[in-house]
Design a protein around this ligand. Sequence first.
Ligand code: PLP
Length: 420
Amino acid sequence: MPALTQFGDQMSHLTGVRAIMKDIIETLRLGQSFINLSAGNPVILPEVEQLWRDCTTALLASEEYGTVVCRYGSSQGYEPFIAAVRDDFNQRYGLSLSDRNFLITPGSQSLYFLAANAFGGYSSTGQLKRIVLPLSPDYTGYGGISLIPEALTAYRPQLDLDPTAHRFKYRPDFSQLEITPDTGFVLFSRPCNPTGNVLTDEEVTRIESLAAAQNVPVLVDSAYAPPYPALNYTEMSPHFGPNILHCISLSKAGLPGERIGIAIGDEAMIQVLEAFQTNLCIHSSRYGQAIAARAIRSGALAEISEQVIRPHYQRKFAVLEATLDQQMPGSVPWYLHRGEGAIFAWLWLQELPITDWAFYQALKQCGVIIVPGSPFFPGLKDDWPHMRQCFRISLTASEADIVTALERLAQLVDRVYAGQ
Ligand code: PLP
């Protein structure tokens, strides 16, 4: 094994939830039967799979096939795909985007990696340009995107509590948030993985104007947003503007294996990221883009997103909510985050007598796997007890499994708070 560089050492470690996933995979290998509420992989819905099968059949039958898979293409992305998304967005949102406002990347994770290292880290004058996550918790994958980990800075939120209903919602804490000349860029997911939070239009506008005043880009991670996969359960509209990079992923619209990320925004920013991508991997795969172009042009992807994908997870969330309301001990200060989008629920057990990790281990003994919350606070430097009191529960299991798992979770909560 050769000696690793600083970057090599850093990038060879798994960050955040991926480290826990290793423990989960090893647990599942033991063969005992578990109800697994940890999955981040979207459910394969028959209608969605059929859509991609049909688009593949159409591609195979067309003359386009050879040029899609047998040729290199532009680093920016496959032209007919960019044209399809451009026309859809222009028409849907009344924009006048040109092809030059788009970059296609191999998944959106890689897009954040490119941005993190182009706009964050040390500037040519040696100044540390911070990557600001305005509301922590947020997507665990942000923990591994920067080659300069000290660049990542996250801010604690304010908590809107409804103790009677056992519900809460995170809000950006504008009294703490600092977007200053040393900010490289701002990043948040909307809807948010893991919490299901959707920042309000007013909150987003406020973040954007703080950033615009410093000429700082804002990347809005829209992996769950409309129009595809449309995993929002509350009204929300995308934001566009000179300092905004609207970032999409087709992973939750049924193509996680094809790795398609899309950045939409200012031409100059797009050009920087495109050159970075050329150096890294030349361009992303064209096959997925070619089938997705068909599904977007025909309107089928937006329609299936709204009529199949969204209701599927929204139903699961309703089952989860009803089960918790019924089963959780009334005396325990438990709070479920408002389910405004994404494919997860986020549970906060206030004053939990043990750590999230110990609770996760104890719940495994009851045959249920959920994800401890502490890895979802990348970039947060404070020691905040709240970080060890939360859990991410995936909505990808069947309704029956969700009910059984939460009954067991409620029984464990009862025992743990009783000190047993
Ligand atoms: N952003 C968020 C909020 C996510 O939840 C995920 C994946 O789960 C990603 C980005 C990365 O997705 P992909 O690289 O598949 O586009």
